[in-house]
Design a protein around this ligand. Sequence first.
Ligand code: ATP
Length: 221
Amino acid sequence: MIKIEKLTKSYPSRLGPQYIFKNLSFSFPTEKNVAILGKNGAGKSTLFRLLAKSEYPDRGRIITNRSMSWPVALQTGIHPQMTGRENTRFIGRINNVRSLGKYERYVQEFAELGKKFDLPVKTYSSGMRAKLVFACCMNIDFDVYLIDEATSVGDPLFRKKAKATLKEKSQTSGVIMVSHELDQIREYCNSAVLIDDGKLRYYDDLEAGIDAYTNPAPKQR
Ligand SMILES: Nc1ncnc2c1ncn2[C@@H]1O[C@H](COP(=O)(O)OP(=O)(O)OP(=O)(O)O)[C@@H](O)[C@H]1O
């Protein structure tokens, strides 16, 4: 169960508070993989951050009994001064990974960083950092993976592996995905939530959701 209850979220601005969601209530289906759709600025990333609890609402709450990954592309929780290995252990610990040694070995192998796994992350290229975060996330068994453009991680070889891993996860766990790439969405999702004007509309059929997103009905004046 992932339930949004009477949630309000705004950001301060010079024009006064900008409301993204006002008193929003919504239930995510748990047996489906959900694509979050909406035009630029609709609030997809904001919703993602709220789901991941990396941001808090002004009012209201999100209730869930499912474990959710952090949004992979955000790279939150990575400490530049710490090495890849230290970051891996830290992430494992805060996510209650049982066998930290095994987790560390899996991440090291998956991330393909070689000796640099023992160097501070601040010395990594952006692709290396992204690979580390992706490896840390995919090697934890979450109920739901929050995916934001994550399959564009790394070089083409790594990307192939990232896609295959994500495909496997999408068949055994839940996926909530934000992407403007419809091909990517079709690969991992089978339903959609369309954000429009601060409201969420659920489409049990992905294609119906994509159609509503790409061919919006004219707005009433
Ligand atoms: N930290 C912030 N401070 C102020 N305003 C913000 C902040 N983050 C987002 N916003 C505003 O909230 C609204 C929703 O932004 P969000 O990034 O969630 O949209 P999005 O649907 O993910 O857009 P895109 O498709 O362009 O990535 C936008 O109007 C944006 O300007």
